[in-house]
Design a binder for this molecule. Structure first.
Ligand code: PEP
Ligand code: MN
Length: 338
């Protein structure tokens, strides 16, 4: 249930509603918007009588019974688009962001050179995995702590904030010590202990949809982060598993408007992992932007053919520059700024 306070409601009436919410066994979540305060009451489905009780309290305009299994993520809870700050970079609510960089941090030279390419191409956020969740235990697992130090150096050199993946709850503190944004990957979408841990960290989270996760399951999983009091969640569509094998995954472009309809959270698209092949990345990136995404995360490598992971899908400097010049007009046509 979401309790919408009147625009002129004072703090005393907000406090009264909050204590009543707690007294009746719900957990309150306050969202103090620019014009009014919303109070989410998390708990069992409320009866009509209870709804009326809250609607009758001083300063309350209306009480919305959220029918969705996700609450804090829902448009019913918050009508206006949210934005998330990644360091000094804003995404959502009209601001489109390009995060780019190598799949994995492989060396100092490779990462600094990728960071240069991203920066000079017009990207705003640097990506790069220090901890890689690989399907095979024999594949390159990332440089770990050494990778984090290289990312910190790349940030110092370029001024770009860093997004990097965290693969286990016990690594959250360490990765959050360097990252401006924590990525939770598709293989961890329903790793609820990890979601709660990144929620507690308070850091912005780039939350990827699992390859077999329905949109409702995805938003319920996002709720694990939000319900820890961390509102800084960016949802990311990165392709789902279908019968089709021509692409690595099937980019669910339709998920973008669906997520925007159901949720106030910013939505990004990852064209690289959906495509699996560099020749398809730009088209999927443009499709994601045209579908209403608030950003993309794309893999860029100085020498893609030498990459230790995802070699086939990483763009080189020229390809990234070409993507950026085609992306600009699409983003503008959607009334957003890049
Ligand atoms: C990645 O970003 O390199 C990655 C592993 O992505 P995903 O979790 O979407 O597969
Ligand atoms: Mn990758």
């Amino acid at each position: 249930m979401v309790i919408v306070m009147r625009k002129d409601a004072d703090q005393a009436s907000v406090d009264r509603v909050l204590s009543e919410v707690e007294n009746l066994g719900f957990t309150p979540h306050v969202s103090a918007g620019e014009s009014r305060t919303l109070i989410g009451a998390i708990g069992p489905a409320p009866t009509e009588e209870l709804r009326e009780h809250f609607a009758g309290l001083g300063g309350v305009e209306t009480v919305v019974r959220t029918t969705k299994p996700f609450k804090l993520a829902s448009r019913e809870f918050k009508h206006d688009d949210s934005f998330v700050m990644i360091g000094g970079v804003k995404t959502g609510n009209g601001r489109f962001v390009v995060a780019a960089g190598p799949c994995g941090v492989e060396s100092r030279e490779q990462t600094l050179s990728a960071a240069d390419i991203v920066k000079s191409g017009g990207g705003q956020v640097l990506r790069g995995g220090a901890y890689k969740p690989r399907t095979s235990p024999y594949a390159f697992q990332g440089l770990g702590e050494e990778g984090l130090a290289i990312l910190a150096e790349a940030r110092a050199a370029t001024g770009m904030p860093i997004v990097t993946e965290v693969t286990a709850p016990e690594l959250v503190e360490k990765v959050a010590g360097t990252a401006d944004m924590l990525q939770v990957g598709a293989r961890n979408t329903q790793n609820f202990a990890l979601l709660a841990a990144v929620g507690r960290s308070g850091k912005p989270v780039l939350f990827k949809r699992g390859m077999s996760t329905s949109i409702t399951e995805f938003l319920q999983a996002a709720e694990y982060i939000l319900s820890q009091g961390n509102p800084n969640v960016v949802l990311c569509e990165r392709g789902i598993r279908t019968f089709e094998t021509a692409t690595r995954f099937t980019l669910d472009v339709g998920a973008v408007p669906v997520l925007k309809e159901l949720s106030h959270l910013p939505v990004w698209v990852d064209p690289s992992h959906a495509a699996g092949k560099r020749s398809l990345v730009t088209s999927l990136a443009l499709a994601g932007a045209a579908a209403g995404a608030d950003g993309i995360i794309v893999e860029v490598h100085p020498k893609p053919e030498e990459a230790k992971s995802d070699a086939a899908q990483q763009l080189d400097a020229g390809e990234f520059g070409a993507l950026m010049s085609r992306l600009g007009p699409v983003v503008e046509a959607l009334g957003k700024s890049l």
